[in-house]
Design a protein. Structure first.
Lengths: 525, 400
């Protein structure tokens, strides 16, 4: 974006202009470093991008909601002065019920449709889970401790986490330890009677993950999501005006205002190594750019195996990277509609919120069963938004856009996506039609992004949003792998700042900021 | 392996192509398992076999040695990332002794790399480790396959070995230099010979297809008859290798992939194999860890010991003085050396006691007619190898 010819050497070169790369760039630039961001696509944002998918219709092509970005980070980067506007904040969650009245889950005062017992249990459950989440939240903003060292900083970090949990008090601590390793299916069965409520809560535990509600560790993934929300200040679901892309444009502006340079359409081909240290990058065009620190927001497999290459790394490390589980299971559905969709029992206010198709835990589990065997779900579960309900600018006047996460659609579809794409789309549309009769008739255009497409479009290995499964064995000090879990890598001068690092994916930005702070420690000013 | 018709679980140990010949010569029926094969530990007596190594010619069946073929356009960069030595310096038809490490710079195994042709190498090693080799191949255009069963191997070692091979009909064998590979035709068989071995003496290793094994064994026995040829087992070889100062996996070190306890892994620097580490060739697995270790200096070192008395210090603990209060290491291999007439051992000794000339004390236990006696014997840290005759390098070797 800078017109002056840029210097060929920077303090920091950032590979990838997704939200984490941009947060990292802004933080580094504010720390006084010369920063260059290199983005392969024609616009910044990565998988948090707004683009046209049918003439006149625009949509957040990857992530479509914002709920994990810490309020402190938004303030720190002063995004609102850089053009960030909200189309909707504190959005409702509505659990759609087949042939029945939907449940309205949030915000609390307007909760509707729950039985008295469920209403009471829900309040208690949410309060308890929020307490747990709040205990876990502080670990998000720091690099995770290293295991197996004798360094005091590492021991202290582990002690701090232990203390946070101990501080919950005896009853809560016991409960946290009891449920920590459970699956979310059992936990929800213990607490609630409504299938739709259990389905809706269960979906949040497995959204974007290679899990069904009965998979071990899914309580932890739900807690993790809630802890991230807690770390973000529990500000609820929100939709930026102009989609997630506009949000990233504001991030980019914050970065450039702080002095960073951003180049789009500049795919990085490789990371340059000299004297056992990263010294810059080479672009696809052959152009070479020097840097004291190379910070990659690309996923770990791309960074280590493709951009750096195994020959600069040890075998054991490469083996661990190779084993990172990152096969996406979530597809993205975009519909251009000639009129507002009407979901049975959902009013105008509900349409402005988040609509969940997850009628029961059994239904989700069954949908997941298909994916285990390389098939897409015949009756998928979904997280639906109608962005135009909050932000008419995304479509021609009077017309609408529907954006849905469709689960499950495995990256490695047995029959191949060439063969399966159309039928997967049909399955999703059939499922929608069940909850929004007449929806099909209003479709002007439809786009289904499979995990394979997302890998192609966003450069994420396996098309996995989180750059690697968020699961017990890929959390914290083992995210993405031991030896690179503190944003530094085995190669001096090379850092990770993407969703593959702690605390992981979702449009959170914390990985980018944590990484920047590590870089600032070693990067000369 | 003509007779392995029975399912493998009924015959867990394979027989080498030389098995029938070995069985016929075995006088004490002493067989041991080695890498999935049954092999001879002792044919007659260890002494008889050992002295044949140092005075005549010996045959030792090393077919169970695990062999991997490494081939492809990136075989060289692959190997250079795998091992600590610079394989780029290995010329065609040459062999190099190498070690490879894990990320922590700890030894996984040692072995030899044969450069057989353009982009084609063979790794010979004691332990199976296809998983490590394949994981190391991630990102390299290289093909790796185990060829152990496809190649029969026989070590022909001893001062008269060159003469025996000449008598067998290998013309020009005397020109083969140490660590060189030669290809020969013998009747209808092709034979690859490398001037390598595990005895520290003049010697060769013969590599052939299994079908040729018995006829080559028979030919050698005829050609070597007047030069004292004798088949040997692993025990005699073990005496020779200790004299030569060579390391044996699982005796002098345990593969870092197999250790369970912390502190049991060994780095090449600790094992005295620092000369195998090439710091200038670029990255290899374990380099960063080894570099740190080099800067800090090794905490322990494998050394040679010359021990007072004539009682081998098997498994002895080592101390700073004869009070036996401060332990500073342990013996890994020990023998009475028949050729050196010295009581020698290989031992792991803590810093700073591993300097040449240091004195340590070995706690030796002796079983004398079922009664255990304990000796504290003074030992000196000495140079290795203990025995290194000029004939092992001489080209051409002396004729007999």
């Amino acid at each position: 974006m800078a017109a002056v010819s840029p210097p060929a050497h920077y303090d920091c070169v950032i590979v990838g202009g997704g939200h984490n790369g941009l947060v990292c760039a802004a933080t580094l630039a504010r720390g006084g470093r010369s920063v260059l961001v290199l983005e392969a696509a024609a616009q910044v944002g990565g998988a948090a991008v707004t683009r046209e998918f049918a003439p006149g219709f625009r949509v957040s092509a990857g992530a479509h909601l914002l709920h994990l970005m810490p309020a402190t980070l938004l303030r720190e980067l002063n995004l609102e002065s850089h053009g960030l506007e909200w189309a909707a904040q504190d959005m409702t969650t509505v659990a759609l019920v087949p042939d029945g009245a939907p449940l309205n889950l949030a915000p609390e005062e307007s909760r509707r449709g729950l039985s008295p017992a469920d209403a009471e249990a829900y309040a208690a459950f949410t309060a308890r889970m929020r307490r747990f989440a709040a205990a876990l939240a502080p670990m998000f903003s720091r690099p995770p401790p290293r295991l197996g060292t004798t360094a005091w900083a590492d021991r202290l970090a582990l002690l701090r986490l232990g203390w946070q949990i101990r501080k919950l008090g005896r009853r809560d601590m016991r409960e946290l330890l009891r449920i920590g390793g459970m699956n979310v299916y059992d936990l929800l069965e213990e607490n609630f009677e409504s299938s739709a409520l259990k389905g809706a809560l269960g979906l949040d535990a497995v959204l974007g993950a290679n899990f069904g509600p009965r998979s071990p560790g899914t309580v932890l993934t739900l807690l993790y999501r809630m802890a991230a929300e807690s770390a973000a200040g529990d500000s609820g679901l929100s939709q930026p005006k102009g989609g997630l892309g506009a949000f990233c444009d504001a991030l980019a502006k914050a970065a450039t205002t702080a002095g960073a340079t951003i180049r789009v359409g500049a795919p990085v081909a490789s990371i340059r190594v000299e004297g056992d240290r990263a010294v810059g990058v080479v672009l696809d065009s052959g152009e070479s750019i020097g840097a004291h620190s190379v910070v990659s927001s690309a996923d770990p497999k791309t960074t280590f195996l493709r951009l750096l290459g195994p020959r600069h790394l040890d075998t054991g490390f490469v083996r661990r990277v190779n084993h990172i589980r990152c096969r996406g299971l979530a597809a993205k559905l975009h519909l251009a509609l000639n009129r507002a969709p009407t979901f049975s029992g959902v009013g105008e206010a509900g349409l402005c919120g988040r609509l969940l198709v997850a009628p029961s835990l059994q239904h989700i589990e069954h949908a997941y069963n298909h994916a285990k065997y390389g098939e897409f779900s015949a009756a998928p579960v979904m997280e639906i938004t109608v962005p135009t309900a909050n932000d008419p600018s995304l479509a021609p006047a009077g017309q609408h856009v529907l954006s849905a996460i469709v689960q499950y659609a495995p990256y490695a579809l047995k029959e191949g996506w060439q063969n399966g794409r159309q039928r997967c789309l049909e399955a999703a549309l059939d499922q929608l039609e069940r909850y929004a009769p007449g929806l099909r008739a209003g479709i002007i255009a439809a786009e289904l992004l499979t995990p394979a497409d997302m890998e192609q479009e966003f450069g994420m290995t396996g098309g996995h949003w989180h750059h690697g499964e968020l699961a017990f064995d890929q959390f914290l000090m083992v995210r993405p792998v031991p030896g690179a879990a503190q944003y530094r890598t085995p190669l001096d001068g090379l850092f990770l700042c993407g969703a593959g690092s702690h605390p992981g994916g979702g449009v959170m930005g914390i990985a980018g900021r944590n990484a920047a702070q590590e870089v600032l420690k070693v990067s000369p000013n | 392996m003509a007779e392995t018709v029975a399912p493998h679980f009924k015959q867990p140990l394979l027989k080498t192509p030389f098995h029938d010949r070995a069985r016929a010569l075995s006088q004490v029926d002493s067989f041991i398992p080695w890498a999935g094969y049954t092999t001879v530990d002792v044919f007659t007596t260890v002494e008889q076999e050992y002295f044949a190594i140092r005075n005549a010619t010996t045959l030792y069946d090393l077919t169970p040695m695990v062999k991997y073929r490494v081939a492809g356009p990136e075989a060289l960069p692959y190997l250079n990332r795998l091992v600590t030595r610079d394989v780029a310096k290995l010329k065609p038809d040459r062999v190099a002794y190498c070690v490879w490490c894990n990320d922590a710079g700890h030894l996984i195994d040692d072995g030899t790399i044969f450069r057989l042709g353009a982009g084609e190498y063979r790794i010979c090693t004691a332990e199976r480790q296809i998983d490590w080799l394949l994981d190391s191949a991630i990102g390299f255009d290289v093909e790796i396959s185990e060829v152990t069963e496809q190649i029969a191997a026989l070590a022909v070692q001893g001062p008269t070995s060159c003469a025996v091979l000449k008598a067998l009909g290998l013309q020009g064998i005397e020109k083969l230099k140490p660590f060189e590979i030669g290809n020969f035709a013998l009747g209808s068989h092709r034979l690859t010979v490398s001037r390598t071995g595990f005895t520290g003496d003049l010697g060769y290793e013969l590599w052939m297809e299994p079908a040729a094994a018995e006829s080559i064994w028979d030919g050698l026995m005829v050609a070597g008859y007047s030069r004292g040829i004798r088949a040997i087992g692993s025990q005699a070889l073990n005496v020779a290798r200790i004299e030569a100062g060579f390391l044996l996996p699982n005796v002098d070190f345990v593969s870092a992939e197999h250790t369970i306890r912390t502190g049991r892994d060994r780095s090449p620097l600790e094992l005295g194999l620092g000369w195998l580490v090439d710091w200038g060739k670029g990255h290899f697995t374990g380099r960063r860890a080894l570099h740190n270790e080099m800067i800090q200096g090794p905490r322990r070192h494998l050394v040679g010991l010359d021990i007072a008395g004539n009682k081998p210090a098997h498994n002895a603990l080592l101390y700073t003085d004869d009070s036996g209060k401060r332990e500073i290491g342990h013996v890994t291999s020990a023998i009475w050396s028949p050729t050196c007439k010295r009581n020698i051992a290989l031992a792991m000794v803590d810093a700073p006691h591993f300097q040449i000339g240091s004195t340590v004390w070995a706690e030796i236990y002796l079983n004398r007619e079922l009664v255990w006696e304990r000796r504290m014997s003074r030992a000196q840290v000495v140079e290795r190898p203990f025995f290194a005759p000029d004939r092992r390098r001489a080209t051409p070797p002396a004729d007999f």
